[in-house]
Design a protein around this ligand. Structure first.
Ligand code: F3S
Length: 414
């Protein structure tokens, strides 16, 4: 069945509203045909995943610049995912002039189209949060999973070209997680142990993501007062070992108020028991091939909120990081400013650590950079980061809780 377009949408497709809109519409119509969408629906915001010059490469930079040359303008608020460097102190941190030049081109081209250069994967923490039921077009797997699940907004995992097309047209094809019938749970996960630390939520997400792949897990046994930043970590991990874009937590997330409703009165395809053994399996899996000395510790994947930065500052108070080790606390620019006002950045810097903005290892590491910096091994409390960094950048990774990471910063050992 062909997708039905309004007369205005047909004009967009025919090029009557300019080349960038036409190109965007062509992408959306093709996507709609692949996924049997019946119509287009308006979206209220975009989060653009292709925002790092390293990850995007020259072809994407040229495409975005081409849209600018042809007079393209984003129709809806569009935030940007992490860049390839920290704009505030890229030279001090050892990023190359070449990467800076490429990143400036990409960010400037997006800005010319109307994007907000937020360069963070947690824009929902600082003013760009959709409402329950709102249709958006977001990329970045952890952000997609968070806004779908914790907020109850509606988005598919929009890759670079599809997100660009959504920003240029303000439309997406109506398929996938935009539709009620595709938002019900199909795996039941009984959490039988107490989850205390942020890293515990990462280990849980990592374990479950491996089993459910692209399914929709429904968790029971997670306390009703779980703070949002721990669900942020769960969202990131589920979307890294699996491709989970929506999960539910009984009595916590907005579409899981009753189990009958969340499963649409169907039986789950599998029931997963998560206890101490499963947690240990996940932690073991994330701590492979560790022979090298830890040279960099990274907290804040996904980017931290102010509560997490406070905890790091409290734990670093009066301590000193070992010479030769870097300690990054990753966040967004607005949250860093708040941390500065609270005095947390001073405490963190006094210990020899750094609050890093705009970027993260997945988006800024490259072989040349890690070699130059001498990053032989990385330690983190993020299951997502521990999953990606060894494969992408050949840097062995240690995964554990914040206390273990701080111990590593003091000693070089986990
Ligand atoms: Fe965010 Fe980078 Fe982690 S984009 S979720 S900090 S890998």
């Amino acid at each position: 069945m062909a997708i039905k377009l309004t007369s205005y949408e047909k004009e967009m497709l025919e090029g009557k509203h300019g080349y960038p809109v036409q190109m965007g519409m062509q992408i959306q119509v093709q996507m709609g045909q692949i996924y049997y969408a019946e119509k287009m629906i308006p979206v209220s915001s975009v989060h653009m995943v292709n925002a790092s010059a390293i990850m995007s490469g020259e072809a994407v930079i040229k495409l975005v610049e081409k849209m600018v040359k042809h007079g393209g303008k984003f129709k809806i608020p569009t935030t940007l995912n992490p860049a390839a460097l920290d704009y505030e102190c890229w030279q001090e941190m050892g990023f190359s002039q070449e990467i800076y030049a490429a990143q400036i081109r990409l960010t400037n081209a997006y800005k010319a189209l109307g994007a907000i250069p937020s360069h963070s994967c947690t824009p929902y923490l600082f003013g760009f949060s959709p409402k329950f039921g709102e249709h958006v077009a977001w990329g970045e797997s952890s952000a997609v999973n968070y806004v779908n699940s914790v907020i109850g907004a509606r988005t598919n995992r929009e890759g670079g070209p599809a997100a660009l097309a959504a920003a240029l047209t303000g439309l997406v094809p109506a398929y996938g997680y935009h539709l009620d019938q595709n938002r019900k749970g199909n795996y039941l996960v009984h959490v039988g142990i107490e989850l205390k630390k942020v890293a515990d939520y990462g280990a849980l997400g990592y374990y479950v993501g491996q089993i459910v792949g692209g399914g929709i897990p429904v968790f029971t046994g997670i306390p009703r007062d779980v703070p949002a930043y721990k669900l942020k970590m769960l969202a990131g991990a589920l979307a890294s070992s699996g491709s989970v874009a929506l999960f539910h937590v009984e009595g916590v997330t907005p579409e899981a108020l009753t189990m009958d409703d969340v499963f649409n009165r169907q039986k789950p395809v599998q029931v997963i028991e998560y206890g101490q053994k499963e947690k240990e399996d996940a932690v073991r899996c994330l701590n492979k091939n560790q022979k090298e000395e830890i040279k960099v510790i990274v907290i804040g994947c996904p980017h931290t909120d102010i509560v997490e930065i406070k905890e790091v500052a409290d734990r670093l108070q009066g301590k000193k990081i070992k010479d030769g080790i870097e300690f990054w606390v990753e966040t967004s620019l607005p949250i860093k400013e708040l941390a500065r006002r609270c005095g947390f950045t001073d405490t963190i810097q006094a210990a020899g650590a750094r609050v890093v903005v705009d970027t993260c290892p997945v988006h800024c590491f490259e072989q040349e950079f890690t070699k130059r910096k001498g990053f032989t091994a990385l330690a983190t409390n993020s299951a997502k980061l521990a999953h990606y960094v060894p494969g992408m950048w050949s840097v062995p990774t240690y995964f554990g809780n914040l206390e273990q990471c701080i111990h590593a910063a003091m000693t070089g050992n986990f």
